[in-house]
Unconditional design. Structure first.
Length: 180
């Protein structure tokens, strides 16, 4: 969790610098200018740096569990250096496609995690956890720009809560029936 907070702050600030018209005018950032492309490259560098840090931490944690004789579950993911790099590469591709297509990465990563053998509860929870950060970043940016619409947010929030309740009920029924 601690690794995600600075990543969240860094990517939100860079996104604001690249996307805020008033701030762009003050700083002289023009779309497709050198500074704009530099900020985009910086965002990729920041994300890749945090990815490598996460891989290192997860690998170290996994190796420590192995040394201590931890009894892994059959659905646990192999977070050795190779396994963590594989998952990181998959996440990078999923994030790229998700943002390019304008859909949440959770729609893509959850089926991939299921295919890798993770439990459905863990896969769906991971997808929702990831969506929290992208959604929160967008909300913060809209609030800073004073473009946040409270009525729409409350309406969509209530619809989302209702849909989540029914969706979880359906998935739990499916999991019980198919014992997966």
């Amino acid at each position: 969790m601690l690794i995600l907070i600075p990543l969240f702050i860094a990517t939100t600030v860079i996104s604001l610098l690249r996307d805020d018209k008033e701030l762009d005018d003050e700083l002289g950032i023009v779309k497709c200018s050198f500074i704009d492309w530099f900020l985009l490259a910086l965002q990729f560098i920041v994300c890749l740096s945090f990815s490598f840090l996460a891989i290192k931490l997860l690998s170290r944690q996994y190796e420590e569990k192995q040394r201590c004789g931890y009894n892994f579950h059959s659905s646990d993911f192999d977070f050795s250096r190779k396994g963590a790099m594989k998952l990181s590469g998959i996440a990078f591709v999923v994030g790229t496609f998700g943002s390019s297509l304008g859909i949440g990465g959770g729609m893509i990563i959850v089926p991939v995690l299921l295919e890798l053998g993770m439990l459905s509860v863990v896969s769906s929870s991971t997808g929702m956890y990831l969506v929290i950060f992208t959604s929160l970043s967008t909300v913060v940016q809209f609030m800073i720009k004073k473009q946040f619409r409270w009525f729409y947010a409350l309406f969509l929030g209530l619809c989302s809560l209702t849909g989540t309740y029914f969706g979880i009920s359906i998935v739990n029924g499916f999991v019980k029936r198919h014992e997966r």
